[in-house]
Ligand binder design. Structure first.
Ligand SMILES: NC(=O)c1ccc[n+]([C@@H]2O[C@H](COP(=O)([O-])OP(=O)(O)OC[C@H]3O[C@@H](n4cnc5c(N)ncnc54)[C@H](OP(=O)(O)O)[C@@H]3O)[C@@H](O)[C@H]2O)c1
Length: 340
């Protein structure tokens, strides 16, 4: 049973959507946490966060300005830290296409800096967040996250005798996240028009809380070197349009640069090293860090069949428009009407 009381945790990108939810969850579930460091660049976001989580009420919380591109700052921030949750990233697909090296600096070089600082500062566990766009990437954002995933899994080969584990958690679209389809449709329905990129488009769906719980599960179960992939339902973009604006027009506007029709979290090639568990899959490290057979047995898993892939378009679990409405009301907009 995971117990984070008396632990010192640092969260990179803690002022973002995931970070906010993660910090709120930790403060609620582990009130005796020793130190909880919010690490990010923008002082205004940290100021706003400190209004919600003031130090006077949560003495464990620390606000630490810094950039993951800056090695020295990470070395300072990681002093006395036992667990690092790495959520900082640049993540807008179109921005990556126009500013590729900015993404490489943050998502790839930043990851390398986190690994080195964690190893040298005696951190014991690092969990890095990944995305479905990192599986067989077709855009630069996905490619940088795949590099980041590879760096974190490979760090387990380079750790020597250090007592440290590096793991990755990969999941799909967070419902309601900034720049995603739900806030876009909620805004556009005021005009009576929901533009559809491709009528066959599908996406995996996860809530922020599920993302946080998955990271906590990874902290509990990780042996180091795994990519954890949750079992998630998919939705069809046409069902999302039906859920949000059934009476709106749905013009087809074409897919955007770097977009896929279906997202994938485990490719057919990954399947060779993928183990299935009850609620999640694990892509095991390509070169062995530990005995995969022993791991599979110890955690009661099963090797997936040859040819398996985990794709939002061939998923067996689907959200209906009614279910999507309920999720939107519960996780995105409490004023959303269930019978529009
Ligand atoms: N949202 C999704 O649908 C989704 C899906 C799958 C995976 N993910 C992954 O989940 C993670 C968190 O995503 P999110 O939705 O919470 O993102 P977000 O809301 O955009 O937050 C990103 C955070 O990273 C910080 N940051 C960016 N560049 C930084 C740098 N160079 N140094 C330090 N901090 C930096 C930002 O704060 P400052 O700008 O103040 O520095 C912010 O706190 C990312 O790794 C993302 O790839 C997200």
């Amino acid at each position: 049973m995971l117990d984070l009381n008396n632990k010192s945790i640092l969260v990179t990108g803690a002022t973002g959507s995931f970070g906010h939810k993660f910090v709120a969850t930790i403060l609620e579930r582990y009130p005796k946490i020793k130190r909880l460091v919010v690490f990010s660049r923008d002082e205004l976001k940290q100021h706003n966060m400190s209004l919600r989580f003031p130090k006077s009420q949560y003495p464990a919380i620390r606000y630490f300005l810094g950039d993951i591109r800056d090695k020295d700052r990470l070395y300072r921030a990681f002093e006395g830290i036992e667990i690092v949750i790495h959520a900082a990233a640049l993540k807008q697909v179109p921005a990556a296409e126009y500013n590729p090296f900015e993404f490489i600096k943050t998502n790839v070089i930043g990851a390398e800096n986190i690994i080195n600082a964690a190893m040298d500062r005696g951190v014991q566990h690092v969990v890095a967040l990944s995305t479905d766009k990192a599986a067989a990437p077709i855009n630069l954002y996905g490619a940088t996250k795949l590099c980041s995933d590879k760096l974190f899994t490979a760090a387990n080969y380079a750790k020597g005798k250090r007592d440290i584990r590096f793991s990755v958690v990969r999941y799909g679209n967070v419902i309601g996240s900034r720049g995603s389809v739900v806030p876009f449709f909620l805004e556009k329905r005021k005009e009576g028009v929901l533009p559809i990129t491709h009528p066959k488009m599908t996406r995996f769906n996860i809530t922020l809380q599920e993302g946080v719980d998955l990271v906590l599960m990874a902290l509990e179960k990780a042996w180091g070197g795994e990519i954890f992939v949750p079992k998630l339902p998919s939705y069809k973009i046409m069902d999302m349009a039906e859920a949000i604006g059934p009476d709106c027009e749905h013009p087809i506007v074409g897919i955007r640069p770097g977009e896929k029709i279906h997202e994938e979290m485990i490719t057919e090639t990954d399947a060779l090293s993928t183990i299935e568990f009850d609620t999640y899959y694990v892509i095991t490290p390509t070169a062995p860090v530990w005995d995969v057979e022993e791991y599979t047995k110890a955690l009661d898993g099963q090797q997936v069949e040859e040819g398996f892939k985990y794709n939002s378009g061939t998923n067996t679990s689907w959200l209906s428009p009614e279910e999507l409405r309920r999720i939107i009301k519960e996780h995105v907009d409490p004023t959303f009407e269930l019978n529009p």
